[in-house]
Design a protein around this ligand. Sequence first.
Ligand code: PEP
Length: 263
Amino acid sequence: MTNRMRRPLVAGNWKMHTTYEEAIQLAQGIAKGCIGLADVEVALIPPFPWIVALAEVLHDSAIVVGAQTCSMYERGAYTGEVAAFMLAPFCRYVIVGHSERRSLFGETDEVVAAKLARILAHDMTPILCVGERLEEREAGETLGVIERQLQAIAASVDPSQAERLVVAYEPVWAIGTGRPATASDAQHVARFIREWVAERYGERAGQGVRILYGGSVTAENASAFFLERDIDGALVGGASLDAAQFCGIVEAAQAAAQAKKEV
Ligand code: PEP
């Protein structure tokens, strides 16, 4: 498959962290630290209550805002849910299928597919998380799990939408553990995902889809992932809560983008 330039994306998933003041400070610090790193798209994904304020704070920067999940329903009597259309004025991205949602909140492949359809219907970009658990990896089932998770959303995506998907490969055993995958293992899975998209939606979509790696990424280890051919950035948890660490990851993405341009 020929390589086409894809804009790298580094997205920070703040999970259920930050007070209001901390969120504003962190966003301002990251905006300042990322000035000049224009080859990389940067997305901050705070808890729901801070989304509107962050969108305002970041309005004059190149940084965009995302959400950590959304409802599978369009609107109605669903107490506590947040609908995709409510996020759309403020968010470019919505994470869907994060392993914490799958394992702690019982989100099935079917729920993930329904949410993904809502996100696309409201012109936002899903960051679809896929990844195997440790026992699945040890049983040699990694690619089978990834394929099942991709198959589950296939009917929610039409070929014209596939090109703008973002898929984050996040091995569950690497999330928040300080034990990242090796860059070559992550590349192997990223290549599999790209080929799956190309087979299902055509070569153009395969080349256009952005594939992120997520799982204990830091400013120190990021560059090895970004230099891999099929890895277009990172979904970052813990390290996104520290402006210097997070900007270090964005800098590594910028340097890798330059290096890939020269190949
Ligand atoms: C995540 O939660 O998506 C994640 C990758 O977390 P961490 O970077 O902390 O492993």
